[in-house]
Write a protein that binds this ligand. Sequence first.
Ligand code: PGA
Length: 265
Amino acid sequence: MWARLSCRGEGMNRKRLIAGNWKMNGSVVANEALVRAVIAGMEGVNCRVAVCVPAPYLAQVQQLRAGSSLELGAQDVSAHAQGAYTGEVSAAMLREFGTRYAIVGHSERRQYHAESDAMVADKAKAALAEGITPIVCVGETLAEREGSRTEEVVKRQLAAVIHVNGHCISEIVVAYEPVWAIGTGKTATPEQAQQVHAVLRAQLRAASTRDSRIAILYGGSMNAANAASLLAQPDIDGGLIGGASLKAADFLQIIAAADQAGATP
Ligand code: PGA
């Protein structure tokens, strides 16, 4: 039998990406109102918009988004293809519901579910094998930043993913999410974020044989007020939005900021 292709991502272009991460929030009723409002408000925008929803709601949101350009994402994916892994959801299952993205290595999973750099790399590989774009999260804790270890930490986290997926690294999306900025209301300043994005950009360039620009999103208390200044930075291609993605008006303002920022360089 032929070996399964190890990466068949759809590839990104220079459009910006605004991805909502609902985390463990939502209900059938609330999702419907939120998705309908987002779809209505994003009509005509020239950027990619996705919502990464809890697995039980993939089918619901797949139906709600039909005919629109809203894309669907998951918040995690199993590193395994199938079998005795109770509670896990495979990339092939996600694919059956039209899932375009899967967040991997979110700091909440690294912290509460003991996900190692190697495990995150394997999850990215499993997603790529099914044509799902992994949104690979990296980021330092406050202690690491204060110990001047930011660069070392994010490079180590990304290096693990490059090591396992080097040949199809241009198919991934990276999200820089400083742990101290997630859900805290403390955002990295545009300059702080840009500094790390530039480091990640250089690392990706060195690893990628293709000339395509790999999207690097910023995440961590991104909101309607700070989105434009973050997106104005040369290496910030979009956002991974937690809290603000649960309110249609806030999420739409971030989408509008990305639309106004135009294509990435
Ligand atoms: P936040 O979350 O926007 O609520 O800080 C971002 C994330 O964790 O992806």
